[in-house]
Design a protein around this ligand. Structure first.
Ligand code: ZN
Ligand code: ZN
Length: 320
């Protein structure tokens, strides 16, 4: 039996363990993980957002070690995290993200990317163009989640847009919006973080000081009160897009949604191709977003570091 090292979540605790090398199922490729990003979803999972035990991690860039068809071997790749059953109504409709039987890398019934190796179906795997560095490519998955907003709602260029939240996802979303021809503002609490996207012409404001109403509010606060803050900001007939995955329930002022004729849209994972195109074509200020790198052997420390308040992206360096 070949063993590999991995960060495993067990009863809310993260452990560095030796686990079995993933077995390739038909249609899958084996990927040696180079870098993996720690995201808020991982942190929420350690708090029990979703019952999961196993290898965490869903943001990665790696190199294909084994491809039974040979085509992808040696290629640098990133991977979409939802694996559908392939057979149900949703899978046949092409929305495997909503397959009831889906497995999700490092999130649901599928070992994740905080490991030396992972397996993914080849249809989930996308080669990374050479001009994109590993440090940039590790942001593909969260950038794709940003593009999902544009798949779900049409934002006319004349409309006002605000990204609520200056965390990791908020900054990436602001980048996606501005590169798509919109003029978002970012509303947060950390001037140093909002400064990261200032070079793209995105203005940042302290959320409470921003007096205007906006047509589209993209909520990325990662907090349970994010929807309430968004409700305060949104214009009549406006749209709130919810991106935060937080454990918790809230009470809601339903009447103001009705009287304001507000549209509320939940939004999750997104398409990889536009994210890779964006990374290839533009130099986004992503290096400034990586705050610290930890080797896998110090992964526990890395996760702890990532959960400190106001921290930017923390990345695990798994293999060179
Ligand atoms: Zn994530
Ligand atoms: Zn399915």
């Amino acid at each position: 039996m070949i063993v590999i090292r991995a960060l495993v979540l067990e009863n809310g605790e993260i452990l560095l363990k030796e686990v079995e090398m993933p077995d390739l199922q038909p249609g899958e490729v084996l990927i040696r993980v180079n870098l993996a990003g720690i995201c808020s979803t991982d942190l929420e999972m350690t708090r029990g957002y979703i019952p999961f035990s196993g290898i965490l991690g869903h943001e990665f860039v790696g190199t294909v070690e084994k491809d039974p068809l040979g085509e992808l071997e040696g290629k640098r790749v990133v991977g979409e995290i939802n694996i559908g059953c392939g057979d149900c109504y949703y899978c046949r409709k092409g929305i495997k993200n909503h397959c009831q039987e889906r497995r999700v890398l490092g999130i649901r019934q599928r070992p994740g990317a905080f490991a030396e190796f992972l397996a993914l179906p080849r249809e989930n795997v996308f080669p990374v163009p050479e001009v994109i560095t590993n440090e940039e490519a590790v942001f593909t998955e969260p950038l794709a989640a940003g593009f999902q907003v544009l798949e779900q709602v049409h934002i006319p260029p004349s409309c006002s847009v605000a990204v609520l939240g200056d965390g990791r996802l908020g900054l990436l979303l602001a980048m996606v919006l501005v590169e798509s021809g919109l003029q978002p503002v970012i509303l947060g609490h950390h001037r140093d973080k909002m400064e990261v996207v200032a070079s793209l012409g995105i203005k940042g404001f302290i959320a409470e000081d921003f007096g205007d109403k906006v047509d589209f509010v993209i909520e990325c606060t990662g907090k349970t009160n994010g929807l309430q803050l968004a409700q305060e900001l949104v214009s009549p007939r406006g749209t709130i897009v919810l991106k935060s995955t937080v454990k918790g329930k809230i009470s809601l002022d339903m009447a103001s949604l009705v009287t304001g004729e507000i549209t509320v849209v939940g939004s999750r994972c997104g398409p990889f191709p536009p994210a890779l195109r964006l990374l290839k074509g533009k130099s986004l200020p992503l290096e400034k977003m990586v705050e610290k790198k930890f080797p896998l052997s110090r992964g526990r420390e890395g996760v702890k570091y990532a959960s400190r308040k106001g921290v930017k992206k923390v990345v695990l360096e798994i293999s060179g």
